[in-house]
Design a protein around this ligand. Sequence first.
Ligand SMILES: NC(=O)c1ccc[n+]([C@@H]2O[C@H](COP(=O)([O-])OP(=O)(O)OC[C@H]3O[C@@H](n4cnc5c(N)ncnc54)[C@H](OP(=O)(O)O)[C@@H]3O)[C@@H](O)[C@H]2O)c1
Length: 239
Amino acid sequence: MKTALITGGAVRIGAQIVKTLHESNYRVLVHCHQSKEKAQTLCDELNAKNSNSAEVVCADLNSVSQINKLSDEIESLDLLINNASVFYPTPLSSATHDDWDNLINVNLKAPYFLATELSKKLTISNGSIINIVDIHSERPLKNHSIYSISKAGLKMLTLSLAKELAPNVRVNGVSPGSIVWPQNKGAISDNEKRVILDRVALKRQGKPKDIAEAILFLVRSDYITGQIINIDGGRTLNQ
Ligand SMILES: NC(=O)c1ccc[n+]([C@@H]2O[C@H](COP(=O)([O-])OP(=O)(O)OC[C@H]3O[C@@H](n4cnc5c(N)ncnc54)[C@H](OP(=O)(O)O)[C@@H]3O)[C@@H](O)[C@H]2O)c1
């Protein structure tokens, strides 16, 4: 079995990526930070289908030492999915240094150091990396400048790593449009949701499965590297 590490794999889009890769015969390392119980429940379900095929790994991706520890713990790896992310508004008038550190560290610095620290193991397996970007890596989301900057950086990181790690490791990205509404500090009003959906050419949200299937396509496409696919229902046509 090939092994995949999925960061932020316990819930929402990450959990669907975990399930889809597992159905495709991957052994999954389900990374989490706060969602330990949900990660364990998901792994229990997957291990019931196929024993020893899923394992929880925990790390705060805002911590250099925990990123290092996570990378060291992994023995061999075929696929790294950088999915974990922080999303909330940071209007210029109130954004703090802590906001900058949190959003940039989790969304950009952690994918960089996970990729570099795991690159030897990925080279041995001829593996690949998929970064989950955002269509707002191209055009900024109002009031979310630090998030938009982090995702623009992640887009360039994808292209840079594709060059740096070739020919042994392929590096690609998937840029979701509106797939699952943001929660907690990132939550938006019903009116804001209507405005977003009105700009989506297909007039509906995507599903986590749309992201997971695009990932599977990239993982299986042996001659694609340095590409980022928008999965956005045509939202970028009207952005
Ligand atoms: N949802 C969408 O429609 C949408 C749109 C565009 C782009 N995206 C991108 O698609 C990916 C998945 O989206 P999502 O909405 O499913 O993500 P999400 O729920 O906002 O976040 C995914 C996970 O990131 C983890 N995370 C956050 N801070 C962390 C930290 N300090 N250390 C370790 N893990 C941390 C959390 O894990 P724990 O719960 O374990 O703490 C969280 O469950 C993200 O990269 C996102 O930017 C999503």
